[in-house]
Ligand binder design. Structure first.
Ligand code: UT7
Length: 331
């Protein structure tokens, strides 16, 4: 292992303007604010309404915000990774379009898909490239337009998901800041519990399946919930043990925002006080690949150089994991 670590050196974020509140959802499906709030912690989510705009629109906005804030010359970016479960189109890379639009003309780029763990696995990928010494500036963007495959007549899913994007820049650090350890897992037996069955290569959409709404996302919420609670807490605990970190050593839990009860269960398993748990699910719902960078974006001003961050995520597939990262700067 080299002594170069991969540190996050800048953060950006973007959510669309349109706010879909619980009150609006009450008029669309048989639900109510009280049920949604107590079962999920969500009050509102953002939706990208404009026709013809996909996840790249969100990704570009988040990246542009990062570039402006940090005075980064996009020509210096070596690699752009777009973590997304909702690419703009089939066959054409969303990352390639994003990179060109933001002026990263000297970068190569690719999409990375691991459902709600896409950004977490992207952190591992970006860090490995940096640690190899081959690349110096990697832009990792998590972007999802979940509204593109949600059935707004299905109360089991439409209350949960929202659209958004967050971006981070990874750079080499020789002072010990950056990604310290990771524990990443997957289990394909989970696929049947969370998927959009039609529209992929197994089952292309037909007129019949379209009318039956089988291209929309389906979730067996209870099973996903149980697996998320067990596995996210399990990997976070493993990372703590392996790095001999006590509760006092941890500055923040940065957990995927799928359900407040899952985040609370993870925090409670590692005995972490609420004040150390980043939370913005009430504003954005589950933005899939964007939850982790949007947390960093919202909490950036509170982060201090040397803070120990524990990331954790769980998603479709199943995919899940935890990452331990030492924050590299004061903002
Ligand atoms: O990011 C990817 C990973 N995804 C997740 O981690 C999501 C994991 N799952 C969850 O967050 C939860 O399972 C949900 C929020 C999706 C559902 O919460 P739950 O506590 O598991 O509810 P449930 O599905 O067991 O439903 C309980 C009751 C049912 O009624 P009965 O059978 O008890 O009469 C549902 O029909 O609540 C009913 N229900 C609703 N009621 C009002 C289900 N959805 C709604 C709704 N509004 N939107």
């Amino acid at each position: 292992m080299s002594n170069i670590k991969a540190a996050i050196t800048a953060v950006g974020g973007y959510v669309p303007d349109y706010i879909l509140t619980n009150q609006i959802l009450e008029k669309m499906v048989d639900t109510n604010d009280e049920w949604i709030t107590t079962r999920t912690g969500i009050k509102e989510r953002r939706i990208l309404k404009e026709e013809g705009k996909g996840s790249s629109f969100l990704a570009i906005k988040a990246a542009e915000q990062l570039i402006k804030k940090s005075n980064l010359d996009p020509k210096e970016i070596d690699l752009v990774i777009v973590a997304t479960a909702t690419p703009d189109m089939k066959a054409a890379s969303t990352a390639a379009y994003t990179a060109t639009q933001i002026g990263a003309v000297n970068a190569f780029s690719f999409d990375l898909e691991a459902a709600c763990s896409s950004f977490l696995f992207g952190m591992s990928t970006a860090a490995a490239y940096i640690e190899s010494g081959r690349y110096k500036k990697i832009l990792l963007i998590g972007a999802d337009k979940n509204s593109s495959f949600i059935d707004y007549k299905d109360r089991a899913t439409c209350i949960i998901f929202g659209d958004g994007a967050g971006a981070v820049l990874f750079e080499p650090n020789d002072e010990g800041f950056g990604l310290q350890d990771e524990y990443l897992r997957s289990n394909g037996e989970g696929r049947e519990f969370l998927q959009a069955t039609f529209g992929g290569s197994s089952y292309p959409i037909t007129a019949d399946t379209f009318h039956e709404g089988k291209h929309y996302v389906f979730q067996d919420g209870k099973t996903v919930f149980k697996n998320a609670v067990f596995n996210m807490a399990d990997v976070a605990e493993k990372i703590l043990e392996r790095n001999q970190l006590s509760q006092e050593d941890i500055s923040w839990l940065v957990a995927h925002q799928a359900n407040k009860r899952i985040i609370d269960a993870t925090a409670s398993r590692i005995k972490l006080d609420d004040s150390k748990v980043m939370m913005n699910i009430q504003k954005y719902g589950n933005t899939t690949s964007a939850t982790l960078p949007l947390l960093l974006h919202d909490y950036e001003s509170q982060l201090k150089k040397g803070d120990n961050l524990i990331f954790a995520a769980f998603g479709g597939g199943f995919t899940w994991g935890s990452i331990y990262l030492k924050w590299a700067y004061n903002s």
